[in-house]
Design a protein around this ligand. Structure first.
Ligand SMILES: [Zn+2]
Length: 342
């Protein structure tokens, strides 16, 4: 044992230590490597996890979007259904309204027919008295029509012909001037009323009045060949509307037209067609209330009103039933004049 020297012992110790050191280093390296490996694995796992998470989130997002759009679709479908329903219901409502209107109008027609048949019965009693009253017998009635010709004038002429009655037409210028010829050719009288029938211009001065009168006179001459000298002032000689445009003009004109060879006619009875008498019954009632003391009746009417056409047969029948004869106005007819108010 002695031979084992200190040196050998040292050498051996160094060797053992070296081996130990190498082993320790190797194991340290191993652990570091292992550690790195684990770290990498953890990182990669984390990354994988994060990826999965984000893909999951994206899925969630897209799912929620899909859900939302589905919801929107559903609600817009519901909305459109509601809209359709409400449209259908309002269409139905308007159909109901329409039907109600039709019913109302049918009821009105029925009521009107009933009233007409009642009136007919009443009229046939009152229009044809067995003996004409003494106050009307032998009198002449002059039916006069102002403000035409109109679209109703041809039919009015037919009614007059049907009853063998003549009338007088105080005409204005308008779309139906060509009817003037027919008025005259069928034996009626034609007179001057106004070219424009515009109070503001006609009554602005004496000269303006004559300018208007000459113009309508020329139209009548051109259409009919007649140079008529009978006339009726727009608004009648008693009008007050002319005051607005020229004080005293009616007093001057009433005098001067006569001096110029014209005869002007007012009226002592009116069917009221220009004053709200918009039914046959009202017009007939007005015609019946002629002045009983007057020797002749000049009735003012307007052939520009449809109700007048409708009422005319009744009016003629009424005057016939009174034993009156029908005449046309001429310059020789005793005129009816109103009191002058301007
Ligand atoms: Zn008039």
């Amino acid at each position: 044992m002695k031979k084992i020297s200190k040196h050998t012992l040292l050498k051996t110790a160094i060797i053992i230590l070296s081996v130990l050191l190498v082993a320790a280093t190797a194991s340290a390296v191993y652990f570091v490597v292992q550690d790195n490996k684990s770290k990498n694995q953890i990182e990669s796992l984390n990354k994988k996890l994060a990826d999965e998470k984000s893909s999951h989130e994206a899925d969630m997002q897209s799912n929620s979007e899909a859900f939302e759009s589905l919801e929107n679709e559903k609600s817009s479908e519901a909305q459109s259904y509601e809209d359709r329903l409400s449209a259908e219901s309002s269409a139905n409502q308007s159909k109901v309204d329409e039907l109600n209107k039709q019913i109302e109008s049918l009821n009105k027609q029925l009521a009107a027919k009933r009233a007409a048949s009642t009136t007919k019965r009443v009229d046939s009693q009152s229009v044809t008295p067995s003996t004409p009253p003494a106050q009307s017998r032998g009198k002449t009635v002059y039916l006069t029509f102002d403000d035409g010709p109109s679209q109703y004038t041809p039919e009015i002429l037919n009614v007059l012909d049907r009853y063998g009655v003549k009338a007088t037409f105080f005409v204005v210028n308008g779309r139906y001037n060509s009817v003037m010829k027919d008025i005259v050719n069928r034996g009626n009288a034609i007179g001057l009323h106004s070219y424009s029938h515009n109070y503001a211009s006609v009554y602005s001065s004496d000269a303006a009045f004559y300018s208007d009168l000459n113009k309508i006179s020329a139209v009548v001459k051109e259409q009919t060949g007649v140079e008529t000298k009978i006339m009726r002032f727009p608004g009648g000689s008693s009008n007050t509307v002319s005051k607005k445009y020229s004080a005293g003009i009616m007093s001057r004109l009433a005098k001067s037209v006569t001096e110029n060879g014209y005869v002007y006619f007012d009226w002592n009875c009116a069917n009221g067609d220009a004053a709200g008498a918009n039914t046959v019954e009202k017009q007939l009632a007005n015609c019946k209330s002629y002045p009983k003391s007057a020797s002749n009746i000049i009735v003012l009417m307007h052939d520009s009103k449809s109700t007048t056409l409708e009422a005319l047969p009744k009016i003629i029948e009424y005057y016939k039933s009174c034993g009156m004869s029908f005449g046309v106005l001429t310059t020789a007819t005793p005129p009816v004049h109103h009191g002058i108010n301007n």
